[in-house]
Design a protein around this ligand. Structure first.
Ligand code: ZN
Length: 310
């Protein structure tokens, strides 16, 4: 008997280097269960396959539901993805996943439609559907952490472009004399405001190691060095964001990831810089907000993608 649409469930997975997060949403996008599983041994694809079924069963059991109630599966991964072919192009945190045809592999195991997407794109979609950008069809999602990731939702859909690199703002070159980047470029945004670069600047400024959280507290208290640090960081990011909006016209920019926890110290500086660099037709018309879904955004975006594509 076919599953009634009102009872269908969608599984979203966010495969990380340490943990894989899992969520079940219903046809309306409501979260009905969440769980996680260690990504241990995922270099062995059979271990990965068994883990996806195991975590799904653990969520379905208490609901009195079964694998057959799952309509489709979405998977987010922290690396570039050929979405159309469902291939992970490269992945640094799990060995053996370069060029892995993940969608085909899970489709055979699950006998359901499977969609694979880059995790920053998943974050942008999740924030557009159920987060801080809810209802917004033209949104840029930015993740600030060890890396600087980005995802674009344009006209209500993830924009990937022909190279599947749409929205990759982390590798916009911003400093001609900046440090070399792993991508082959020089002075990329990620090399200027990624976690490692920020920690290095803090060390120089304070002459000691200071946690980023402490610098945001110090900024709130009016500490000149902390204010300077966040003003410089916000200046770089706000300038890049203004450039992106000039090209693609995002109405909403959502910033998440560990560094976004700096809060207003960062956001005030980014908004001020954006206002300085944005064209007058755009100034004051773009909302720059903190992400609302935290580290659940990846799995939620994967689930929403599978719900909408299936
Ligand atoms: Zn780069």
């Amino acid at each position: 008997m076919p599953v009634r649409s009102s009872r269908r469930l969608i599984l979203g997975l966010d495969v990380g280097g340490t943990f894989t997060k899992a969520v079940l949403i219903d046809g309306a996008g409501k979260v009905v269960a969440r769980d996680k599983v260690a990504s241990l041994g995922f270099s062995n694809k059979k271990v990965f396959e068994a883990a996806t079924k195991g975590v799904a069963m653990r969520m379905l059991g208490p609901l009195g539901r079964d694998i057959k109630d799952i309509l489709s599966v979405g998977v987010g991964v922290p690396g570039p993805v050929d979405f159309d072919k469902g291939i992970v192009l490269s992945l640094t945190n799990i060995r053996g996943w370069d060029r892995f045809p993940l969608a085909d592999f899970l489709r055979k195991a699950w006998r359901r439609p499977v969609f694979v997407e880059n995790d920053a794109n998943c974050m942008a979609l999740a924030e557009a559907r159920a987060g801080a950008g809810r209802g917004c069809d033209d949104l840029l999602g930015v993740t600030l952490g060890t890396g600087v990731g980005g995802g674009l939702v344009l006209g209500g859909k993830i924009y990937r472009g022909p190279f599947y690199m749409g929205g990759e703002i982390g590798h916009i070159p911003v400093a001609a004399d900046g440090p070399a980047c792993g991508c082959g470029g020089v002075g990329c945004l990620e090399r200027m405001i990624g976690n490692a670069a920020l920690q290095e600047r803090v060390r120089v400024l304070f002459q000691r190691d200071v946690l980023l959280e402490e610098t945001s507290r110090l900024a709130r208290e009016g500490d000149a060095r902390a204010l300077k640090f966040w003003a410089e960081t916000g200046e770089i990011l706000g300038r890049v964001l203004a450039g992106v909006v000039h090209v693609v016209g995002s109405r909403t920019i959502i910033i998440g990831g560990g560094v976004a926890e700096a809060g207003e110290a960062l956001f005030q500086a980014v908004r001020a810089s954006f206002a300085r660099h944005a064209m007058k037709q755009i100034k004051g018309r773009v909302a720059i907000k903190k992400a609302a879904l935290g580290n659940e955004a990846g799995m939620l975006g994967a689930a929403w993608l599978a719900k909408e594509e299936a």
